[in-house]
Design a protein around this ligand. Structure first.
Ligand SMILES: Nc1ncnc2c1ncn2[C@@H]1O[C@H](COP(=O)(O)OP(=O)(O)O)[C@@H](O)[C@H]1O
Ligand SMILES: [Mg+2]
Length: 248
């Protein structure tokens, strides 16, 4: 049983729309992810990376094929069952942070727990712990507009991990950040993987960010084209800026 992959896609297809204007974004994806892996998903724009992430995260349903999560057939779940699976096991981080404006960091992070119906005191404690884990202790009452881009992404990561997910899905998490801030976010994501054992799937265009992953999966044209071990893994804290500029 312990050899069972956490995630297993078999011949997964995803078609958007119907009829002549429909588009087959995933054309039969086979992919196994083991518990605790850190996988970078790369590939050209339009190759199906975000579609694959949305399918993996149970935001969307495959049109065909099989998606096994912990041995359960996700493709045959109802919408509500899929939503429950998503809230229980997955955390999401997007390029655009997607935080609620005029809402404090603390409240943003508490949101997934509110959906779960947890008490105010449990929400407060868990959010404070998640914000501390991403290095934002003391920033709880700031709104997104009062935080830098890097800090906003940290809040988004805290919101993603506050439910203690098994899997963190990050779709171009450093796409809106400068190099220094990008490496800081990668340090954080790497540590969540290595220290907390969270399985991480991360889409990125940047080889320097993919370098933190153990494994690199490349999508081309709706299919996995290559799947390799990363032989030269970047370790958290290894990035040294060319000039030690403090630009926060
Ligand atoms: N909601 C949608 N409706 C129709 N087509 C879509 C939709 N989402 C994505 N697509 C199409 O599916 C293909 C793959 O998109 P996507 O998964 O976003 O690629 P990537 O993340 O690799 O850039 C693209 O051609 C895109 O235009
Ligand atoms: Mg995308």
């Amino acid at each position: 049983m312990s050899d069972l992959p956490l995630i297993s896609l078999r011949g997964v297809t995803k078609r958007y729309g119907e009829g002549a204007t429909s588009f087959l974004a995933l054309k039969g994806v086979d992919l196994d992810i083991q518990r605790g892996e850190f996988v970078a998903i790369m590939g050209p724009s339009g190759s199906g990376k975000s579609t694959a992430m949305n399918t993996l995260g149970c935001l969307d349903r495959p049109t065909g094929g099989q998606y096994l999560f912990k041995g359960a057939h996700v493709e045959s779940l109802t919408r509500d069952e899929r939503a429950r699976l998503r809230r229980r096991f997955f955390g999401f981080v997007f390029q655009g942070f997607n935080l609620l404006a005029r809402t404090s960091a603390q409240e943003n992070v508490e949101l997934p727990l509110l959906y779960r119906g947890e008490s105010a005191s449990a929400r407060r404690a868990a959010a404070a712990k998640a914000l501390e884990a991403v290095g934002l202790k003391g920033w709880e009452h700031h709104t997104p507009a009062e935080l830098s881009g890097g800090q906003q992404q940290r809040v988004a990561i805290a919101r993603a991990i506050v439910t203690e997910p098994a899997v963190l899905l990050a779709d171009e998490p450093t796409g809106n950040l400068d190099t220094q801030r990008s490496h800081e976010i990668m340090d954080l994501i790497s540590r969540l993987n290595s220290e907390q054992g969270i399985t991480v799937l991360m889409v990125t265009h940047e080889p320097d960010m993919a370098a933190y992953a153990q494994r690199m999966v490349r999508f081309v044209d709706g299919l996995v084209s290559t799947d390799k071990r990363n032989q030269q893994r970047a370790l958290p804290g290894s990035y040294k800026p060319a000039a030690a500029l403090e630009t926060r």
